[in-house]
Design a protein around this ligand. Structure first.
Ligand SMILES: [Zn+2]
Length: 376
């Protein structure tokens, strides 16, 4: 459990995920598989900074870890819900931010907190993919900021898919019900500390939901289909599309001289959300990622890490999930029944939260849609 901390600003930094509130109530607020309904507590965002080198800077809402000189991992560290990580690349004259978080409030907080590590202006931003928790801060950037994404990501945001559909409803549509549940739980709590903690969480959720109402989905203004390269000062910054994976337009940011990749949710601290994924293609896309020369992985959620074998572990999980799903689909089993029968316990050592048979129902439903040709 993450302990309560007090920052320089005096703000409470009690972690949302570290709360004493019953886990069922704290279902995910964003598209991180580690937070997905069937995998509570798996891998995920805990252990911030674990394994990451470099110095850590605590700002008001974010912790910045300098992974290599000039390249930072920014992770939300206050009650402000930010959703994803951000990658921060500080160049000689400007800054690139990779992913814009879950709301204008979160994106503005990052820009303010950035001043604790650099005074250079943000000239470039990127969306690794179209999910709301990585792209719904785009509207705060001035028009002269280039927001870079894959062309499919731009299309998805322009078409309104980042604030509608199954995944959005699953995570954002569930918030009012979750708030009601917390209110009901609060009525039953007598322990003062537990009450205070739940009240803080409840307040953060109410604030978060209000902040979501301010979102105006804003499409990137610069796109790539396969590759785009920026040369900023002495640094080369490559944007690659290696194939479909977590979504149809996942971009990997590769810093060849710094030997860092910033991956979005193609890789996360635990199991990524798969409800919009292309599970079988994802495995091959990761093979192309592994062909890059790098030391550090900055994932879409969770702490930076160096262990390349964690990519192998995800590929093995995806392959097993896909193969078992295909077999059950072929037998005419429903997606719902298949999700109960699929056994991924062989991967329990690599991914927390796997304590018995069963797979994430949304992931299995998605695979069945892919097999049926009905996936969007
Ligand atoms: Zn995502």
């Amino acid at each position: 459990m993450r302990s309560r901390r007090v920052t320089r600003s005096g703000l409470s930094r009690s972690g949302y995920r570290g709360s004493a509130v019953p886990a069922g109530i704290l279902a995910a607020a964003w598209l991180c598989g580690a937070c997905a309904p069937a995998d509570p507590g798996s891998g995920g965002d805990d252990g911030a900074g674990a394994g990451a080198g470099g110095t850590a800077t605590e700002a008001v809402h974010f912790d910045f870890t300098e992974v290599v000189p000039g390249v930072y991992h920014a992770q939300g560290a206050s009650d402000l819900v930010v959703g994803s990580n951000a990658g921060v690349v500080v160049n000689e004259e400007d800054v690139l931010l990779v992913d814009s978080h879950i709301s204008p409030a979160a994106a503005n907080a990052l820009i303010e907190d950035l001043r604790s590590i650099t005074d250079r202006p943000v000239r470039y931003a990127a969306n690794t993919h179209w999910h709301f928790d990585h792209a719904h801060g785009n509207q705060v950037y001035p028009p002269d900021v280039e927001i870079i994404s894959h062309e499919a990501t731009r299309a998805a945001i322009a078409e309104g898919r980042s604030n509608s559909g199954r995944s959005y409803e699953l995570f954002v549509g569930a918030i009012p019900g979750r708030i009601e549940q917390m209110e009901a739980t609060l009525d039953t709590l007598t322990d003062a500390e537990a009450r205070a903690e739940l009240e803080a969480t409840l307040e953060a959720q109410r604030t978060y939901y209000a902040q979501l109402q301010e979102v105006v989905p804003t499409a990137p203004n610069t796109t790539l289909s396969e590759r785009l390269t920026l040369y900023r000062g002495g640094r080369e910054i490559q944007f690659h599309f290696f194939g479909r994976a977590h979504t149809e337009g996942d971009v990997i940011v590769y810093l060849p001289d710094d030997r860092v990749i910033i991956t979005g949710d193609m890789l996360t601290g635990g199991l990524p959300y798969m409800g919009d994924g292309y599970v079988n293609e994802w495995i091959e896309t990761l093979d192309r990622v592994k062909a890059l020369d790098f030391d550090w992985i900055i994932p879409g959620h969770g702490a930076p890490y160096r262990e390349r074998e964690r990519i192998d572990h995800l590929q093995a999980y995806l392959r097993d999930l896909w193969d078992q799903s295909v077999a059950l689909h072929g037998q005419g089993v429903s997606a719902e029944d298949a999700a109960g029968r699929i056994d991924l316990t062989a991967h329990a050592d690599n991914f927390g939260g796997i304590s018995g048979p069963g797979a994430n129902p949304v992931a299995v439903l998605r695979i069945f849609e892919l097999l049926d040709g009905t996936a969007n």
